[in-house]
Design a binder for this molecule. Structure first.
Ligand code: AHR
Length: 638
């Protein structure tokens, strides 16, 4: 790349003056069920519309060659009181050519990974005045994009009159299949106007999934893991509130067997079947902890009786508080509690420690929020004195108890540059801040360099002020490119591909620079810069291990000048030791144009590039391309 004429700037890092500790929870993630982040995304369920509880049977259709199949929703003989509707299949004639059945294309096409095993499960029964013929059977077929069968089950008999479960394992072929689908094919003896078939909770899940969690799509689970999050805020967002309270995330409806989860309308305009329920979130976060080797904090966002359209008056809020406490019993209670026993019965007797909980989302201006917050605060604190509670805004002036308050910012790049230092002057004795949602949302394409580098510049300010901003997470995390409800997002995927936007890579760089260089706590170092109005810097120091006297100095530098490169000279005042190997490890993010984006065709056009630069007499120089972000790691040995 040909660089324009560069200006010069200097950075001086004083490693003799260790500042405050970098918050160990600083870089985390916010998972919200938006953009099919879970349903049709991280939740690995391949069937779209498993339980037919929503308004129609879409996207189920008659098998393409079958013109005598009629589909409808039925409420006759529900499976249980939480599962009131199911799919009814009837036949207008017995005549048919080719396979007669029903088909589901999943969420914009199913992917069957090469040689992977899948668990298929469904419930069915047949209505017939006469006993069913002996050869009344169906089988499950996995189809490729051309409709050819690539795997199929043995024939299964169908029961007359009462629900029965069919469950088997299918193995995908040796080549990965994309744009596939699932069909249920009926024996010809079933295809007659005198027989009606009923199906419900038709599920197709991988046997393996991510790290042994069948319900987690492995590539997306891995991309999240690669961010090394210190916490996971979940499951929303507005999703927690709902457009109405009936559509909130009602955790009790999300636990237990799939056939007892009714699902609910997601205000991001699709139906969440809640296969990714409260337990699955906790299991995923637990597995992130196990895989990372450090505890990943679950930050459970509870609805406190406030939605976008309605609010529970404080005088009636008591049952909601009980519900919140029961959610904590479910996560952490022992088997003497109803919900702790339920968790144990679901296979997880060990608790999932929850130390941080958010009460509502963006609700400060809504009726009863502040009053309800106080009631929740008092009750939760009484039961869990060490729980850190997050309010939706700074409640100091309204007399609320404020341990952490939630700050959201979706702005243009100029706002991010203008606010690089917004927390520098924040009172050190004021309530601490959780910046749980931030992103550049205009001039961002569908996730471009313009956005990512501005966020990187802003994040230097978050790190420098992480004595008051204790936690931060980009938002939203995930988008299925086939149904983009919010733009931009960190991870873009379809049913068989996924890539990170530049914003993803910025999160990746900052988070991993904290996690992979430090044994314990990192500390902020004072750094001063001069020579450029477009330079954002922060510096930290990290000890390598409990016994090592070696340490890293980590400098983050962002040149947010879109037009000019910057010749940067960095000098370090060391408290002791010598730079190991005389080199600085450099990780850089930039591209030829601020409008550049990663795509499915070119998923790593913009990704961190590694290089080294020599360091002599504790100083090094390099040219920062226009609009670029960099992390320098200097290893010092005593
Ligand atoms: O991140 C998308 C939405 O933005 C969240 O649901 C909400 O909290 C905010 O308004």
């Amino acid at each position: 790349m040909t660089l324009p004429e560069a200006s010069s700037a200097t950075v001086q890092v004083d490693a003799t003056q260790q500042g405050h500790a970098v918050s160990p929870l600083l870089w985390g993630i916010f998972f919200e069920e938006i953009n099919h982040a879970g349903q049709g995304g991280l939740y690995s369920q391949l069937v779209s519309n498993t339980n037919f509880e929503y308004v129609d049977f879409y996207p189920w259709t008659p098998q393409s060659s079958a013109n005598n199949v009629y589909l409808s929703l039925s409420q006759d003989q529900p499976m249980n009181y939480k599962n009131l509707q199911h799919l009814q299949v009837s036949f207008t004639s017995a005549a048919a050519t080719g396979a007669v059945g029903i088909n589901n294309p999943g969420f914009f096409g199913m992917t069957f990974e090469a040689n992977a095993q899948y668990t298929v499960s469904l419930f069915s029964y047949a209505d017939s005045a006469q006993p069913l013929p002996a050869d009344a059977t169906f089988f499950i077929a996995l189809l490729d994009g051309s409709g050819n069968s690539v795997a199929k089950s043995s024939p299964a008999t169908i029961a007359r009159g009462g629900w029965a479960q069919f469950r088997t394992t299918l193995t995908a072929p040796s080549n990965t299949v994309v744009n596939g689908s699932l069909s249920i094919i009926f024996s010809s003896s079933l295809v007659t106007p005198t027989i009606t078939l009923h199906f419900d909770v038709i599920s197709l899940l991988p046997v393996e999934g991510w790290h042994g969690l069948p319900f987690i799509r492995s590539d997306l689970g891995q991309m999240i893991y690669d961010l090394s999050p210190a916490f996971v805020r979940f499951p929303g967002g507005c999703y927690v509130e709902g457009d109405t309270l009936d559509h909130r995330f009602n955790w009790k409806n999300t636990i237990g067997a799939l056939e007892t989860r009714p699902g609910h309308y997601d205000l991001w305009d699709y139906y969440s079947e809640d296969g990714l329920g409260f337990l699955e979130y906790l299991l995923f976060i637990e597995q992130l902890s196990t895989a990372q080797g450090t505890y990943v904090e679950p930050i459970w966002v509870i609805n406190n009786g406030v939605s976008h359209a309605d609010s529970i008056p404080t005088q009636d809020i008591y049952p909601w508080i009980v519900d919140a406490l029961e959610s904590l019993d479910f996560a952490m209670g022992d088997s003497s509690t109803k919900y702790g026993a339920m968790r144990a019965a679901l296979g997880h007797p060990a608790p999932f420690p929850i130390n941080i909980m958010a009460i509502g989302n963006e609700d400060c201006g809504k009726p009863y929020y502040l009053e309800n917050y106080k009631e929740f605060y008092t009750a939760i604190k009484q039961a869990y004195p060490n729980m850190t509670l997050i309010a939706n805004c700074d409640l100091t002036s309204s007399g609320g108890k404020n341990e952490l308050w939630d700050f959201h910012t979706y702005q243009n790049t100029q706002w991010f540059f203008d606010n690089l230092k917004q927390w520098d002057s924040y009172s050190r004795s004021a309530a601490k801040v959780f910046e749980s949602e931030y992103a550049v949302t205009s001039g961002c394409g569908q996730g471009n360099v313009n956005a990512g580098i501005a966020e990187a510049a802003y994040m230097t300010g978050l790190e420098r002020n992480s004595d008051v901003v204790l936690l931060a997470s980009y938002a939203p995390l995930l988008v299925n490119a086939n149904d983009r409800k919010w733009n931009p997002d960190a991870i873009v995927f379809n049913s068989y591909q996924a890539y990170g936007t530049p914003s993803y890579w910025v999160q990746h760089m900052f988070s991993n620079a904290q996690k992979d260089t430090a044994w314990g706590t990192q500390y902020v170092l004072p750094s001063t810069s001069s020579g450029s109005n477009y330079l954002a810097v922060s510096s930290t120091i990290a000890t390598l291990s409990s016994i090592s006297t070696s340490y890293y100095i980590i400098v983050k530098a962002v040149n947010y000048d879109t037009a000019n490169a910057l010749n940067l000279n960095v000098s370090l005042s060391l408290k002791s030791g010598l730079v190991t190997g005389g080199v600085v490890q450099v990780q850089s993010l930039y591209s030829a144009s601020v409008n550049d984006e990663n795509t499915f065709q070119n998923p790593q056009l913009i990704a961190p590039k590694d290089s080294t630069v020599s360091i002599v007499s504790n100083a090094f120089s390099l040219t920062l391309p226009p609009y670029s972000a960099h992390i320098f790691r200097v290893l010092v040995s005593n």
